[in-house]
Design a binder for this molecule. Structure first.
Ligand code: HEC
Length: 149
């Protein structure tokens, strides 16, 4: 009987350790994945700026498509519990989750400005595309000021 209790206690302990490790690992994946996407976002902005300068519609559309796709996935890359802590490499501010509506609104601004850039490039209006591009860069800055540590 006593052995059974000891066995059960150990099994439960291992189950808990396993579950916490899975959760911890998943959170880390979310953080790594979104940071990789943000890094890509930065390099796609450089390509986008250059393609607007070069009036290169094809390269411009490819770069802006990345931003539209990423914006659609951005919010789900921030599950609760994935904020910056001493045990991870994240710079995500805890205020994302205390004000998720505000965070979503800034992502919507990002999406809308990306759409404007796309429309301008599609109509080969590169003067408008340049102006919309500058507005797009501001949506990155605004969100970082508010929600990145
Ligand atoms: C809606 C909010 C939001 C928008 C819009 C946004 N970012 Fe970020 N960005 C964040 C947050 C939050 C982090 C921190 C993520 C983390 O470390 O977990 C971040 C991190 C980054 C990083 C650092 C990634 C790393 O390796 O640690 C780069 C680079 C970056 N963003 C670029 C951009 C660019 C370029 C844009 C615009 C095209 C942009 N971001 C738009 C919220 C945003």
């Amino acid at each position: 009987m006593e052995r059974l209790i000891i066995f059960k206690t150990f099994s439960m302990l291992f189950a808990c350790l396993f579950i916490s490790d899975v959760t911890f690992g998943e959170t880390r994946n979310f953080i790594n994945d979104r940071q990789a996407m943000f890094d890509k976002s930065k390099s796609k902005m450089k390509i986008l700026r250059q393609s607007i300068r070069d009036r290169d519609q094809e390269a411009g559309l490819a770069a802006i498509t990345f931003h539209l796709d990423w914006s659609n996935k951005l919010e789900s890359s921030f599950p609760p519990g994935s904020e910056a802590s001493v045990t991870n490499s994240s710079d995500a501010s805890g205020s994302i989750w205390s004000n998720f509506e505000g965070f979503k609104n800034l992502n919507t601004d990002y999406l809308n400005k990306a759409r404007q850039v796309k429309t301008a490039i599609e109509s080969e209006d590169f003067v408008l595309a340049k102006d919309s591009f500058l507005q797009l860069t501001r949506t990155c800055k605004t969100c970082h000021e508010k929600f990145r540590n």
